[in-house]
Design a protein around this ligand. Structure first.
Ligand code: NAD
Ligand code: TDX
Length: 331
């Protein structure tokens, strides 16, 4: 099977490439990645001999057409992915998340290629802290930020191409991922690398916002379950019952680093900050028999801390610039 993986030099995509090379020897992997600030070819260092890497944009019609013609399946991870960046400059989010996805859809339509679209639970908006409800595939779309609205738009394009043109497409909407190779602009690796540097973690606002954490390996094993057994045209929600508020995440990290429980700072809140995300993954579990392996969040965090300790050369070159950008917004 020839699989084209877009965004394979990013956080989730590079973990997907590693998992695929490790567990699916029959798969021929091609990665298409523009190597934006968020892409890092060294994340693929251990598997570079086993894959083909193409540097380029998913919005490049001719390139995408050529690569799709050579593929059986496209797994589409590439995106602008950081909410805070989308508040500072939405333009690349529209270009990559909407135009890029449209470009891929036209190519897979032309060449009859199976398409899997990686998306986020943020398309559903947010939930109240005390609401017993979780997101299901029937929850109406209600995105809040430029990031999540462009992801929502890209999902709707995929649904339309499946229904109107018969493209064999599936969609997955996953909750917040953590694990190795996550860019240090994101919450968990930002605080881990702060703590390694002796800097106090930074909590937006009161820190009571809830995210539904899942280990990146579990997200990717769910994607493979959908590729193996998912029904074309269907949407699957991916989550591992990992609801935790940001304050508790920081407190757990402080414990792991043997620091005082109050050794953090509250900083300016994110404008429009979504309060709570929570995934009901019943359809994925019941229909496809998937279940997560990383069910102990603290153990997963400890392993992730160790990964950032062991791989300082991977993140160190970006730390000062990331923190300078946050300092400009008081965060
Ligand atoms: P990331 O920012 O770490 O990686 C994105 C990758 O896409 C980078 O390698 C980047 O170079 C590449 N890219 C960006 N624009 C491109 C373009 N125009 N052409 C080709 N490549 C381009 O993102 P991530 O956290 O790995 O997220 C991957 C996908 O998963 C995204 O679609 C995101 O919406 C989705 N998702 C992420 C999370 C999460 O918690 N991180 C949760 C649910 C869904
Ligand atoms: O320094 C910080 N302090 C802080 O309190 C940062 C960077 C974040 N936060 C908060 C904001 C959120 O409530 O932590 C939470 C997580 O923040 P992010 O890591 O920026 O993730 P989030 O905005 O929840 O979006 C993530 O999950 C869904 C990914 O970045 C998206 O790509 C994915 O779709």
């Amino acid at each position: 099977m020839r699989v084209l993986i877009t965004g394979g030099a990013g956080f989730i995509g590079s973990n997907f490439v590693h998992q695929t090379v490790r567990e699916r020897p029959d798969v021929q992997v091609t990665v298409l990645d523009a190597l934006t600030y968020a892409g890092d070819e060294t994340s693929l260092a251990g598997v570079s001999e086993e894959i083909r890497f193409v540097e380029g944009s998913i919005a490049d019609t001719a390139l995408v057409d050529r690569l799709a013609a050579d593929s059986d399946v496209v797994v589409h991870f590439a995106a602008e992915s950081h909410n805070d960046n989308s508040l500072n400059d939405p333009s690349p989010f529209v270009q990559t998340n909407l135009i890029g996805t449209f470009t891929l859809l036209e190519a897979v339509r032309k060449h009859g290629v199976r398409f899997h679209h990686i998306s986020t639970d943020e398309v559903y908006g947010d939930l109240e802290l005390d609401d017993p409800a979780k997101f299901t595939p029937e929850t109406p779309y209600n995105p809040s930020s430029p990031y999540s609205s462009t992801k929502a738009g890209s999902d709707l394009l995929v649904r339309a191409w499946a229904r109107s043109f018969g493209v064999e497409a599936t969609i997955s909407n996953c909750s917040n991922n953590y694990g190795p190779y996550q860019h240090i602009e994101k919450f968990i690796p930002r605080q881990i690398t702060n703590l390694i540097d002796g800097i106090r973690p930074r909590l937006y606002g009161a820190g009571l916002n809830v995210r539904d954490w899942i280990h990146v390996e579990d997200h990717n094993s769910a994607v493979w379950s959908i590729l193996d057994g998912g029904r074309p045209g269907e949407t699957y929600l991916i989550g591992a019952d990992g609801e935790t508020n940001n304050l508790d995440v920081v407190r757990t990290l402080l414990e792991i680093f043997e620091r005082d429980a109050d050794d953090f700072d509250h900083v300016a809140d994110r404008p429009g900050h979504d309060l709570r995300y929570a995934i009901d993954a019943t359809k994925l579990r019941d229909e496809l028999g998937w279940s997560p392996r990383y069910t102990d969040f603290r153990a997963g965090l400890e392993a992730t801390v160790q990964w950032y300790r062991d791989n300082e050369a991977w993140w160190r070159p970006h730390k000062a610039a990331v923190e300078a950008k946050y300092a400009a917004t008081g965060q």
